[in-house]
Design a binder for this molecule. Structure first.
Ligand code: AMP
Length: 576
């Protein structure tokens, strides 16, 4: 496949407002692709060169790309800068300035390997080399290809192709319907690598997908927790459980494969560089290979207290990692092990996995197993919950002792219990910002009035609205949020957003915000949970608690199904 053919399809996808249409176009692209072309198509359409967990970046920012555009098209750089101020999109700037190329378009495979080569350049003089190679590539492309190449390089695709859309498109390409979704999803949950899955499906069919196994070094999608309203409900549903404190830190997946240690965040980005003390601790473990799941928390060695979530996440910034490591070193409370010395442990019962985790971590004082108490008594569980809350923790997680590790699943193997404030919602909701209204009066000064917020519909891979948000932030908070939003603004409603509201400015669904509300109410206008014969859901008195930019992708926001369940639980609480 030539790169200009892919680019023409990306243009069509950009023009569509319907998700079904997006899936159709993408499945046509896949149908026309050979096995070797699948990875070089799949990563770039999400603005990447490799799976999310591999930190491969082209390493050319906007300024250098402007230099490349100027050189490729023989125009002064000031002209590029000026035009870019008008278009606000460097891809469109390149498209406008592009000249017809002399040669036929390179193939998708060539473009991908060319960019990968640029990403790999390092050492003295590499910046010049990167620039020269990128300029050469750009001058060989037509205008539409140039637009998409620049966006891929910046990691700023405007298509909103989420992972479920890719999985659907692969299924349609092979079967003409969605029937392959479960097999594809299973393989995806174990490997988190869409390019690998696509190639495997083409080369060895469904059996090949089944044969893709958990591997040290490749993150698997994390198991997630369900909610239940109170300890009685937990014991009634799960019987005997293992109870652990619920730490408010950062989810970490720690991999050791031989001498290599990597650490992944909840959304499977590589955070290895940010956590040197966890890397050192994992390197010292007496195992050939292992995958651990846990929660990392910074603590203050002097006061021996754990520091709050926001301070733990400050680590993400590249600067000052070592300083942080000295001042507030991290510990990880490990609650699971999925792989050890070449063996996949995910199918073992939790009780056994926990024992293995204890064996593996016996001598570490940085990687600690999260304490586990067994009980089938609601009173005992209540006591654990209250104890943990009084120690300043969020609550507890109760786990079925006989459950396997189900990668990517949110189910009743794990149930989180937090403080219950009688009748009110006892948990925060993670919403995605979808748009904003231009503020009036004082608000206008901060650049934004109310925000339009949504949740994720995992069945349709869409974002649906649930609330407008107007409170919870200080004046400075509003300014900060608006600054973050400016890079997410898009001219029209993104294809995966379903909304009856039309905000003044639409946003690419990317920023996740944690909100607390009093209750969930039916709504005739919000699209969350709305069907032909049922109204949607809205939040009553929502207020922003924190920005969850550090560890959640938009698809990790609260789902419609969870909102539905919270609504049911709220009804039950109301009637008792
Ligand atoms: P939530 O993000 O509210 O859905 O709660 C689930 C999260 O709690 C997990 O993703 C972990 O990051 C965190 N967590 C803290 N302590 C535990 C624990 N002992 N077991 C499982 N998850 C935990």
């Amino acid at each position: 496949m030539r790169f200009d053919e892919l680019a023409a399809n990306l243009d069509q996808m950009e023009g569509t407002k319907s998700r079904n249409e997006l899936v159709r176009i993408l499945s046509d692209v896949y149908r026309a692709a050979s096995a070797g072309e699948l990875a070089p198509i799949t990563y770039p359409i999400q603005g990447r060169l490799a799976p999310f967990f591999e930190p491969v970046e082209v390493g050319l920012g906007e300024r250098l790309l402007m230099t490349a555009i100027a050189a490729a098209y023989g125009v002064p750089k000031e002209e590029v800068v000026k035009l870019n101020r008008q278009t606000g999109d460097l891809g469109v700037t390149a498209q406008r300035l592009a000249r017809p190329p002399e040669h036929e378009s390179p193939s998708v495979v060539d473009v991908h390997s060319w960019l990968t080569g640029i990403a790999g350049a390092s050492g003295p003089g590499s910046q010049q080399q990167k620039l020269a190679n990128f300029t050469a590539l750009l001058s060989n492309l037509d205008a539409t290809s140039a637009k998409h190449l620049v966006r891929i390089t910046l990691g700023k695709m405007r298509l909103g192709i989420g992972d479920p859309t890719v999985l659907d498109a692969l299924s349609f390409a092979k079967k003409g319907d969605r029937s392959l979704r479960p097999v594809l999803e299973g393989a995806y949950n174990r490997t988190s690598d869409l390019g690998l899955i696509a190639r495997t499906l083409w080369e060895s069919g469904e059996q090949g997908l089944d044969a893709l196994k958990v591997t040290a070094g490749h993150p698997l999608r994390p198991q997630l927790a369900e909610r239940l309203p109170n300890p009685e409900a937990v014991i009634k549903k799960l019987g005997m459980v293992g109870v652990q404190p619920k730490y408010d830190g950062l989810r970490v997946q720690i991999h050791k494969a031989g001498d290599e240690v990597s650490i992944f965040s909840r959304n499977l980005e590589s955070w290895t560089e940010a956590f040197p003390e966890l890397v050192a601790a994992a390197s010292g473990l007496k195992v050939e290979s292992v995958i651990l799941d846990g929660e990392a928390i910074a603590y203050n060695p002097e006061s021996e207290e754990y520091v709050p979530f926001q301070e733990t996440t400050a680590r993400r910034r590249k600067e000052g990692v070592q300083q942080f490591a000295n001042q507030a070193p991290l510990r990880a409370f490990v609650f699971d092990v999925m792989f050890r010395d070449g063996t996949d442990l995910t199918q073992l019962p939790y009780e056994r996995r926990f024992e293995i985790a204890q064996e593996v971590l016996r001598r570490s004082d940085t990687l600690l197993t999260a304490p586990l108490t067994k009980t089938d008594s609601a009173e005992q569980l209540t006591k654990e919950l209250l104890d943990n809350i009084s120690r300043g923790l969020e609550g507890v997680v109760a786990k079925r002792l006989d459950s396997p590790y189900q990668a990517g699943a949110r189910n009743f193997n794990w149930v989180k219990l937090k403080r219950n404030t009688s009748g009110r919602l006892n948990d925060t909701i993670d919403v995605v910002l979808l748009g904003y209204y231009l503020g009036k009066g004082k608000r206008a000064e901060f650049g934004a009035g109310a925000l339009l917020a949504g949740v994720y519909d995992a069945d349709t891979d869409e974002f649906v609205t649930i609330s407008k948000l107007g409170t919870g932030l200080s004046d400075q908070g509003w300014r900060d949020i608006h600054q973050r939003l400016s890079s997410l603004e898009v001219p029209v409603k993104p294809p995966r957003v379903r909304s009856n509201f039309v905000p003044d400015v639409w946003l690419k669904p990317a920023l996740v915000v944690e909100v607390l509300a009093d209750e969930i109410t039916p709504s005739p206008r919000h699209t969350a949970g709305m069907t032909a014969d049922r109204p949607g859901f809205a939040l009553r008195f929502p207020r922003i608690v924190s920005l969850r930019t550090a560890d959640k992708k938009p698809e990790d926001a609260t789902t419609v199904r969870e909102i539905q369940e919270m609504f049911e639980q709220q009804k039950q609480r109301g009637s008792t």
